[in-house]
Each structure stands twice: as C-alpha cells, then as structure tokens.
Write a protein that binds this ligand. Sequence first.
Ligand SMILES: [Zn+2]
Length: 497
Amino acid sequence: MRITRRILAQTTAGALLGFLLTTASSSVLAQSTPGEQTKETSVKPSLKAGAATSNISPWLDLSINGGLRDGKVKYLHDELHARALVLDDGKTKLAIVVCDSCMIPREVVVRAKQVIEKQSGIAADHVLISATHAHSCPTAGAVFQSLPDPEYQEFLSVRIADAVQRAINGLEPALIGWGAGKNENQVFNRRWKMKPGTVPPDPFGKTADRAKMNPGIANPNLVEPAGPTDPEVPIVSVKAVNGRPIALLANYSLHYVGGVGPGHVSADYYGAFADRVKELKQADRLDPPFVAMMSNGTSGDINNINFRKAHEPAGPYGRIRLVANELATEVVRVEKTIAYRDHVTLDARAEDLRLGVRLPNEEELAAAKATLDAWPKDKPLTGLSEVYARDSILLSQYPKTVPANIQALRIGDLAIVAIPCEVFVEIGLKLKAESPIKPTFTIELANGYNGYLPTKEQHQLGGYETWRARSSYLEVDAASKITDKALDLLKSLDQAR
Ligand SMILES: [Zn+2]
C-alpha cells in the first residue's frame, strides 16, 4: 500500500514538473549550443538514446548502511536518484542505471531486471544496474548491523525499472561520443604497508596483517601505499541531433567522499557531480531533462584521504562539493574534445560465475559464539571483535558457493565491464590494459553485491577489506577468476563485431 501511494505521489509531482518544464523550455533550448544545431541537423542518425531519473529518496527512520554500526534516516540533504540511459542501435538495446545507494543486492537487481524485461523486452544481460557506493543512503541489502526494509527494496526495484521504461519512452535519434579525462588529486590508496610490529591485531585476534586501511594521516609508522590508484575519468556523452544534451555517463575510481552529518541522507559527490555538470553545461531545465551520472570505477582500496598530509578542513559537504566540482570541470572540458558518431552497434554478454565462500570453520565459529556470549545481551555491538563475531555466525549460514554476475557491454569501440563487488583498483587497471576493446572501463557494485574483491596478493597483506564478513567473503582466487571471465566476455564481444 505504502509503495503505491508513494509512487502515485511522485508520479503526480513528476507530471506537474513536466508541465512546468514544457512551458519554460523553449527559451532555454534556444540558448543552448546554437552552433551545433545548425551543423548537425542534416545528419540522419540511426542510433537512438533516452535518459530518465527516478527519485529513490527514503522515508524517515529507514536504516542507513555503510558503517559497522547502523544509522537511521533523520535528514534529507539532497534527493537520491536512479539515473538511467538507454541506447538503441535499431537491433539491440542497452540500459545502464546508476543508483544513489551503498550497494544493491542481487535479489533487488533481479527483480528490477524482470520488470524491465517484461515491460520492454530488454534481456537481463543487456541491463547494467549499479550502486554508486555513497555511504549516506538507505540500506538496500544487509551488511554489518544494518538491515534493509523489504518495502524499500521493492520500491527501489520498481523505481529502477520505471527509470529504464521512461528512458525507453523518450528514445530519440542521437549522437554519441566517448573519451577520458584525468584527476590525480582526489584518489589515494587507503591501504598502507606499515613498519613491522605496528599493525594492530585483526578482529579475530590474529597478528598476520601487514597492511592497514586508513592508517591515520601522517602516521610515523607509514611505509608506503599497498597499491596504486587509477586517476582516469572516462566519459560517454550522448546528445540529440540538434545538439541538446541527453546524458553524460562518467566513471571514477573513488570509494566515496563523505563528511555528511549523522542521520543525513545524501548522494555524496555522485549527486553533487551530476548537479554541477548540469550547471556547467547550462543544461538545467531542458525538456526532456538532461541526465548526468557518475558511476563508481574500481575503488575497493581507494578513498579521498591524503595520508601523507592532511587536506585543509572543508566543513560538512565541503569536500563533496570540491571533488564534484573538479571532476565536473574535467568532464565538461573533455566532452568538448570528443568526436560524435551518428551510429554505433551495441552488444552485451553476462554470465554467472560460481565462486567459493570463505566460510568460518568450526573452531572459528566456536570462538565467535564465545565472543558474543561474553557481551551483554542488551548492549549494541560496538567493538570490532563483536561485530565480526556476529558476522561470522551469519556468514556460516551461506552456501559453499555463490553466483556472481559478470557482465560486459560494447558501445561501438568502447567496452564497459560490470562486477558485483567493491573491486580493488589493480583489477580495473588490468582490465583496461588487457581488454581487446579500447577503451574499456569497469563499473563496480553492479548487478548484485558480493563484497570486497581484493587480489590474491592483497589478501596476503591482510587488512580490513580481507577480514572475513558478509562484506568480504569470496574465495581468495575470486579476483583472478572474475578478471579471466571479464576478459573472456570482452574477447567474445570483440570477435562478434
Ligand atoms: Zn565500501
């Protein structure tokens, strides 16, 4: 009931907004890119594109995930969206959806894809649904002490499917181009090798870790970052034949920025980026509305903290705005340099890979039970040992193997890989280097959620992202198996073009 009411309320608001925009749009359109309008109206494209957003903001008191402890929705700093782009080459349609969410579990994605397939005929393997990994969004899947509300999960799947359908309803002849910018200043590897004997024990009481996540700014025990960064900012730009912008999809390998207050809902820098791109392109209040979206690259071990030297204090939302502005400025600069085509062919592949689960053994399970037994029953879990003990017990109910959906899309000479994990940056760099389709970039946390994906070498260094929990449970060889599968799919796409 509640869902139906909410959707109706939003649909009515959307219709009213649509009316207002229609009446206001002609003057805005007249101001936008007049040079391009005369240049491109003679082109007869066969590619079609449409873009749309759905509001996926939560209601009050829903769980907020992203931390070891649960939060509750108290304030809405900025609205959350599912942002959809649909491309149609005349034979094949692809849909890409980027959602303001920390992570979206497989069951929500599957449900959304079922509705999309039923409504539009686009098969599940041609639809990419990803989460940005903002840590200030309602819980869509269980992680640590946060539990999803099934009503929000259903709402999310319906709203994702709605966005895709409305993008399809708006398909129009379009031009497409792609390119890549760079920003080296906002990505830092958050895992550090430390001086011997200075890494604290892990939550299971073991002292084998050699790497530490978030080791503290200017910590005297820092040795060197445990891995690289990827400063690239790939973009895909889509516009109407008269030059009116339709959509801009960007990608950056940065976990999230944060710096929001407790109980705050915000789309983090992903939402601020979309807003700033609109502003810089003077693409506000277009009809149909222009949709900018920032997808997460491979950022399992990357954040926005310079551990060598502290950033200037920026205040609440200050760094979010700073990062969003730098990336939006770069993306708009690059967009001006790219070549547009009136036709590209589209293709997609996806496969479920069965991967082993690092289940706790009997001894580890007994230790977890003993840790929890020693904790007062009425007190929320605050310590690392207790939180991980609870997760060990919950993880012990997992099957021995789980499916992980690996996907690759081809848009002309560009490929996009989708992986349902918090992917370590080395994996994204390897896929970029070894893909037979150039350029290639990866969208993480797509089509489900299978926790962190460290490489085997990073597993050996230990640290937070490798600690066994429902947020890090795939077998140690998962990274190489997923990389091989992604490269297989890319090869198959390459051979079929
Ligand atoms: Zn994360």
